[in-house]
Design a protein around this ligand. Structure first.
Ligand code: NAP
Length: 312
């Protein structure tokens, strides 16, 4: 198998999928490396309401449409979890799941992973009432009480989604105001199945004798008084951690939080390596800003490769 490419895109969320459309259409030999289903966070979203032209589309449908589009111009979709990028100047080596790929340009579009609560049982309770994906697991909580933690857009949207199944959703936020958009706040506050608990932080899970989630203990941030909320499901949506661990050997690529540092042209400090989507430092993390990044990075990768070829 020929593992040499013009451009390798790491991650197949909206940024990576769009970069693949543009790179493919520019005639570049393109591969996308991904170790999950295409769509990234989008595929775990119930309904997308703010992508122009496709009001109220399911996250799964939009993911599949973008995926089909991304391969329509020749980009290959390859299973692979990237562990390292080696910069050899004109060529970059990308190591993924035991295979080495050679490429002139890399677009990092790896997005972010869910932040966990940091409790001892975080791993043990996964699938036993603890979930980070309401769209994947919500149906398991039919007529049950669930808790959602966080006040950002993810927590607000997924709380509303969970009300289709759950008997009651306790949405617990640590301040007295939400972080998410007004439109999402309105949906939450108008939903009779959602009970908002303000100014409480999680302390630990309550675990049943069978080793499953039985609820979660919170603490009032002002009084310190503890509050036990019984529930069979806990959905933490408390933000994200950028997926940039594979860049640990490179100086100056990421900031102190791990987000990729890029300039206005979405170039990193290494010529030929670009960043797109939620993984880069930015103010607005949306599907529409991710797709914009994807287009810009593919175009700039094209120019980078043309420059390399004109020097030969
Ligand atoms: P986020 O916007 O960073 O919100 C995280 C929330 O979790 C905040 O309310 C934060 O509280 C709370 N939190 C953080 N650590 C906590 C802890 N240890 N205990 C309790 N609460 C904690 O994260 P997100 O909702 O996952 O969204 C990530 C990005 O994607 C955002 O830019 C968001 O706008 C975007 N997004 C957009 C949409 C949309 O536009 N439809 C949908 C989903 C996501 P504080 O507010 O007090 O800090």
């Amino acid at each position: 198998m020929d593992n040499n490419y013009d451009v390798i895109i790491i991650g197949a969320g909206p940024a990576g999928l769009t970069a693949a459309v543009y790179a493919g259409r520019a005639g570049l030999k393109t591969a996308m490396l991904e170790y999950e289903a295409p769509g990234g966070k989008m595929i775990k979203t119930d309904i997308v309401c703010n992508y122009p032209g496709v009001d109220n589309v399911s996250g799964v449908d939009l993911s599949m449409k973008m995926f089909e589009h991304s391969t329509a111009y020749g980009a290959e979709y390859i299973y692979g979890e990237v562990s390292e990028i080696i910069d050899e100047g004109e060529w970059k080596i990308v190591k993924a799941s035991g295979t080495e790929y050679k490429t002139h340009a890399v677009i990092i579009a790896t997005g972010t992973n869910e932040r966990t609560l940091g409790f001892a049982d975080d791993e043990r309770l996964l699938g036993k009432g603890l979930s980070y994906c309401a769209v994947c697991d919500g149906a398991f909580f039919k007529n049950k009480d669930v808790v959602v933690i966080g006040g950002g857009n993810s927590a607000l949207e997924e709380s509303v989604y969970l009300t289709q199944f759950a008997n009651k959703v306790d949405l617990v936020i640590r301040r007295d105001v939400f972080r998410g958009d007004e439109a999402n706040q309105r949906q939450v506050l108008n939903n009779p199945k959602i009970n908002v608990i303000r100014k409480h932080v999680p302390v630990d899970y309550i675990v049943t004798d069978e080793g499953k989630v039985g609820g979660i203990k919170f603490k009032d941030v002002e009084t310190g008084v503890e509050l036990d909320v019984a529930s069979e499901g806990v959905f933490p949506y408390i933000g994200a951690i950028p997926a940039t661990g594979f860049l640990a050997n490179h100086e100056g690529m990421v900031d102190e939080e791990g987000y990729l540092i890029v300039n206005e042209q979405l170039e990193t400090v290494i010529p030929g390596i670009f960043g797109a989507g939620d993984v880069i430092q930015k103010h607005l993390r949306q599907i529409v800003t991710a797709t914009s990044d994807g287009a810009i990075t593919a175009q700039n990768a094209f120019h980078h490769i043309q420059n390399l070829k004109s020097k030969v």
